[in-house]
Design a protein around this ligand. Structure first.
Ligand code: NAD
Ligand code: UGA
Length: 462
């Protein structure tokens, strides 16, 4: 029976997944470790608002279990050494250098973890891949563990995470399924059962799927590719709607009523963001290319191409609608996060749209309920090659949506925060330059209501 768990990586996955696991399994001690001391200090903060991951319901759970059976620490070695089971939940971003640059997953953090586990372990352990990894990564991990370890035995499981940010706690508590890939050997089966028994504390056993390791690794990339493909599919149709007076919301409703298609993930938007869809599809494309499957690679690459097209098309439309010039014009951005109910900004469409408009010398003023100004500048400075001074000249953030919109020529909605629907839009209109434009990148406002207030309104695909 598993008594001690170590999770390496206290990020958007490690933090929430281990909090829920600790909450549901009071008899198991879980230590979440990270090299980032600031992040660990934030997880240990006495103030709920300082928990580094904003996720509805998360802080409540953390405060119920922290320092009872859930611990956050920077002492990676001690936590590994004590653990019977180790989750690797480190980041696997797109490589920014060398072979596979811009496409392959950067596995240096995973390899470091494996080497550290091998170096420290004195007792047998189950090592669980929680990070999203290219298919067959477990082979490399096994080789490192077995060749650099102290002769102790390791079982490697793949247990990819399917939570979405903004709904992570609900997704974890009520998962559609839990996927566990393991080796078809007596030891492999024992390891699979140990992990299954943990999830069975709150997930019905018939929702816990067992596969071989490679199927599990590949299923994660495939799930994200299929989800992103649906968004690119509806976004491609949104462009056609704008040329034909069809309404993409009506089209989505009509096709989503077909139970074979289903009605989820059909919301047309400025494009998908987030840390994973793009990186995982790029990785899938890279794997296919590496294996000589050019046609398959090209097929999935189109999902990314349409997403880039959509962000670009949206920004381009703002410029052409504003009489082909945004130079010196104030443009208000409502939202910087990549979706509502998260403070995560990785690959947020907002930064691409901002960058595009800044090329045309627009003055952008952003309001987001959860994203800090510091984070916004980290994002934009990493994205473009302008000087930091230039970026801070053309891009600013305020803590009040009405101030963001005051004297603006246009309001652009980049994140679908519920509170944006509740704003006093008449007041916003009164204080804007005329004609006052709204570009609704998330289709959260009602065209008729906005036009009744005097706005010139443009949604996506309508
Ligand atoms: P993250 O960047 O938020 O967190 C990763 C953490 O790992 C960082 O805090 C980093 O400091 C730490 N880390 C890296 N190397 C380390 C090491 N050797 N020792 C200790 N700590 C180390 O990333 P994330 O969003 O939590 O994603 C983690 C993995 O989960 C990725 O593979 C991602 O694709 C996958 N995933 C993410 C989500 C999501 O919603 N964010 C959902 C499902 C799967
Ligand atoms: C996504 C998947 O949904 C998770 O199952 C997966 O675990 C995770 O990636 C991961 O591997 O990281 P996440 O990126 O957190 O989760 O959020 P989503 O709800 O999938 O949204 C991603 C992006 O697509 C957001 O920018 C969102 O606004 C956009 N989106 C989503 C649309 O434009 N239209 C939709 O219909 C749905």
């Amino acid at each position: 029976m598993i008594k001690n768990i170590c999770c390496i990586g206290a990020g958007y996955v490690g933090g929430p997944t281990m909090s829920v696991m600790a909450y549901k399994c009071p008899e198991i001690n879980i230590t979440v470790v990270d090299l980032n001391a600031k992040r660990i200090a934030a997880w240990n903060s006495d103030n709920q608002a300082d928990i580094p991951v904003f996720e509805p319901g998360l802080a409540d759970i953390v405060f119920k279990v922290r320092n009872k059976n859930l611990f956050f620490s920077t002492n990676v070695e001690e936590a590994i050494s004590k653990a019977d089971m180790i989750f690797m939940s480190v980041n696997t971003p797109t490589k920014e250098y060398g072979k596979g640059k811009g496409m392959a997953a950067d596995l240096k953090f995973i390899e470091l973890c494996a080497r550290q586990i091998a170096a420290v372990s004195k007792t047998d352990k189950i090592v669980v891949e929680k990070s999203t990894l290219p298919v067959r990564t477990a082979e490399a991990i096994r080789s490192i563990l077995n060749n650099t370890g102290n002769g102790v035995k390791f079982q490697i499981l793949s247990n990819p995470e399917f939570l979405a940010e903004g709904t992570a706690i609900n997704d974890l508590l009520n998962a559609d399924r839990v996927l566990i890939g393991g080796e078809d050997s007596p030891e492999g089966k024992v390891a699979i059962e140990e992990l299954t028994a943990i999830y069975a504390h709150w997930i019905p056993r018939d929702k816990i799927i067992h596969t071989n390791v490679w199927s599990s690794e590949l299923s994660k990339l495939t799930a994200n590719a299929f989800l992103a493909q649906r968004i690119s599919s509806i976004n491609s149709i949104s462009a056609l709607c704008e040329k034909t007076e069809a309404d993409v919301t009506e089209v989505a409703k009509a096709i989503g009523a077909d139970t074979r298609l289903g009605n989820k993930f059909l919301t047309a938007s400025v494009g998908f963001g987030g840390s994973c869809f793009q990186k995982d599809i790029l990785n899938l494309v890279y794997i296919c290319k590496s294996l000589g499957l050019e046609e398959v690679a090209e097929y999935w690459d189109q999902v990314i191409k349409i997403n880039n097209y959509q962000k670009h098309r949206f920004a381009d439309n703002i410029i052409s609608t504003l009489y082909n010039t945004v130079s010196g014009k104030k443009i208000a951005f409502l939202g910087w996060a990549f979706k509502k109910n998260t403070n995560d900004t990785r690959e947020t469409p907002a930064m691409y749209v901002a960058d595009f408009l800044m090329n045309d010398l627009a003055n952008i003023c952003v309001y987001d309920p959860k994203v800090s100004e510091t984070q916004m500048y980290i994002d934009i400075n990493h994205l473009n090659s302008r000087t930091e001074e230039d970026n801070s000249k053309y891009l600013t953030m305020v803590s009040d949506p009405y101030i963001a919109c005051k004297n603006a020529h246009a309001v652009v909605i980049l994140t679908e925060w519920d509170q944006f629907k509740e704003l006093d839009w008449k007041k916003i209109h009164d204080n804007m330059m005329k004609p006052a434009f709204v570009f609704d990148g998330r289709n959260i406002l009602n065209r008729k209501d906005m036009e009744a207030l005097g706005f010139k309104y443009q949604g996506i695909g309508k």
